[in-house]
Ligand binder design. Structure first.
Ligand SMILES: Nc1ncnc2c1ncn2[C@@H]1O[C@H](COP(=O)(O)OP(=O)(O)OP(=O)(O)O)[C@@H](O)[C@H]1O
Ligand SMILES: [Mg+2]
Length: 488
């Protein structure tokens, strides 16, 4: 199970605090024990040397401890401060014992032997159930008279042990309490840290397709959250705008599809109302065919744009002779210009090869020249120029029609955008998708298209694209069959 960030943060802080305090406690305890031991050892040595010199003052060699005159009850009260002393001969026989104890101190024979060899020895033993530390002190240091005598001075370790035990409990308590307090603090801190995240999540969750205009307004008081909210909001902005574009596109598309269908339906219903002459049926069918053609083309255009939106317009790049391809398109279009006697000329080098999708490029050229012809006056001329421009290909289509005003220029590539149908020299207006498709195709080839004013009069469209597109999509080409010929 995935634990919450809040929990993990609090646990980690608590663990870090506990580990730090535990380490400090251990270091402190070791230091305290060493300190107490040094004190005790120094104390034992001090007592031993005083007792030794007092004990051996008698010229006769008789020994006697100089001790406080305490009753056994009083001695019991200072039990932990007591220093017990006993004198042994080298054979382990007790010669003298302090009055505070009724039994001999435990004898460490190995230590006794070492001390008899003129060395100080420190040992730990148990005396009447009480841990003690003993110092074996060679009395030979006081003169030859005591060559065989060893003084043992012992101190109980209970006080020192008790102090260390209490210190352990104290430090352990501090460590555990601090760990717990840190956990609570971390828990509270993490709540503050993750609160904006919860707020942002809740708000983002409540935004649906219908409320894409809502924005996240969480109380992001830190830089990180502020930039998160900003990024999310700008993403929402983009989503909302593309959602709105798609919504408008769908609405426009349905509207465009409905008009020819209404015409078709009306004509068919009218024709079926009574029996008619053969010629009349023919006329109706011909008119129907026109509407069906219009619908077919519209459906093709919509499909092309939908594929471009979905990112599946993958050009099938081929090395293509652009001049030959342009000539083919122009020849076909020339057939349509007869009645208005619009002439189309092609300017360009003898040969120019580029890596393009021929089907898509044909459609691009067709849409541009079709517009130019459509908006040309009687006896007007349309110029198509193709040339190599460095590493790129430049295609221009210029006409002598009404051109495009500054208000229209920014919108001509929008879907379903049409200026004024009255200007189309009486021709039936298009759907306003032609230039949107031109832009989609140019972009799919890694290029761009721009619209402007021709030098004297009319419109000028310029397509710029690389001769060899950087990114190729082998195996693509899903729209290769949707060329202009297929559409018309
Ligand atoms: N050469 C031109 N001269 C003047 N206006 C133009 C020219 N080309 C395009 N336009 C304007 O831009 C609009 C959009 O052109 P577009 O080719 O996208 O649509 P359309 O020609 O109306 O319809 P379709 O191409 O789908 O049949 C046109 O309706 C027209 O108003
Ligand atoms: Mg057009």
């Amino acid at each position: 199970m995935r634990r919450s960030l809040r929990f993990r943060l609090a646990v980690r802080m608590a663990l870090a605090m506990t580990a730090a305090l535990a380490t400090m406690s251990i270091v402190g305890l070791v230091w305290a024990r060493n300190f107490l031991d040094r004190e005790l050892n120094a104390n034992l040595l001090n007592v031993a040397s005083i007792q030794a010199s007092a004990l051996t003052e008698q010229p006769s060699g008789a020994m006697e401890f100089h001790e406080w005159d305490l009753t056994p009850e009083e001695a019991a009260q200072v039990r932990e401060l007591n220093r017990y002393a006993q004198v042994w001969d080298a054979g382990g026989e007790s010669l003298l014992r302090t009055q505070y104890i009724t039994r001999d101190l435990p004898l460490d024979t190995a230590a006794l032997r070492t001390a008899a060899g003129m060395q100080l020895v420190m040992t730990e033993q148990t005396f009447q159930g009480m841990p003690i530390r003993s110092l074996y002190y060679p009395l030979e240091r006081m003169g030859h008279l005591h060559a065989q005598h060893v003084l043992q001075v012992a101190a109980p370790l209970t006080g020192r042990n008790e102090m260390l035990r209490q210190l352990v409990w104290l430090l352990a308590g501090i460590t555990v309490l601090s760990g717990a307090a840190t956990f609570l603090g971390g828990w509270w801190l993490a709540l503050r840290v993750v609160k904006p995240v919860h707020e942002i999540t809740d708000q983002a969750e409540s935004i649906r397709a219908g409320t894409l205009d809502h924005r996240i307004v969480a109380d992001a008081d830190s830089q990180e959250y502020e930039s998160l909210v900003r990024v999310l909001n700008s993403m929402l902005e983009r989503l909302a705008s593309s959602f709105e574009t798609q919504r408008r596109f769908t609405a426009d598309a349905s509207h465009e599809l409905r008009s020819p269908l209404t015409v078709l339906k009306g004509e068919i219903e009218l024709a079926l109302r009574r029996d008619r002459e053969k010629a009349e049926y023919r006329r109706v069918l011909e008119s129907n065919l026109q509407e069906v053609n219009r619908l077919t083309r519209l459906a093709q255009d919509l499909l092309t744009l939908a594929r471009s939106d979905a990112g599946v317009m993958q050009p099938r790049f081929q090395s293509t002779d652009m001049i030959a391809l342009a000539n083919t398109v122009l020849r076909r279009l020339n057939g349509r210009t007869d009645e208005r006697r619009v002439s189309i000329t092609l300017e360009g080098p003898e040969e120019l090869t580029a890596l393009v999708d021929p089907g898509l490029f044909e459609q691009l050229l067709w849409n541009l020249v079709d517009n130019a012809v459509k908006f040309s006056p009687h006896d007007g001329s349309v110029q198509v120029r193709i040339r190599q421009d460095g590493e790129g290909l430049r295609l221009q289509v210029a006409d002598q029609g009404p051109g495009l005003g500054p208000d229209e220029l920014p919108h001509v590539f929008d879907r379903f955008y049409r200026v004024d149908l009255a200007r189309t020299s009486g021709e039936q207006g298009g759907t306003g998708l032609g230039l949107a498709i031109v832009r989609a195709i140019a972009e799919a080839h890694g290029g761009s298209v721009s619209a402007g004013q021709n030098s004297d009069r009319g419109a000028l469209f310029t397509v710029a694209m690389p001769l060899v597109p950087g990114a190729q999509h082998p195996g693509g080409g899903t729209v290769a069959d949707s060329g202009p010929m297929a559409a018309l």
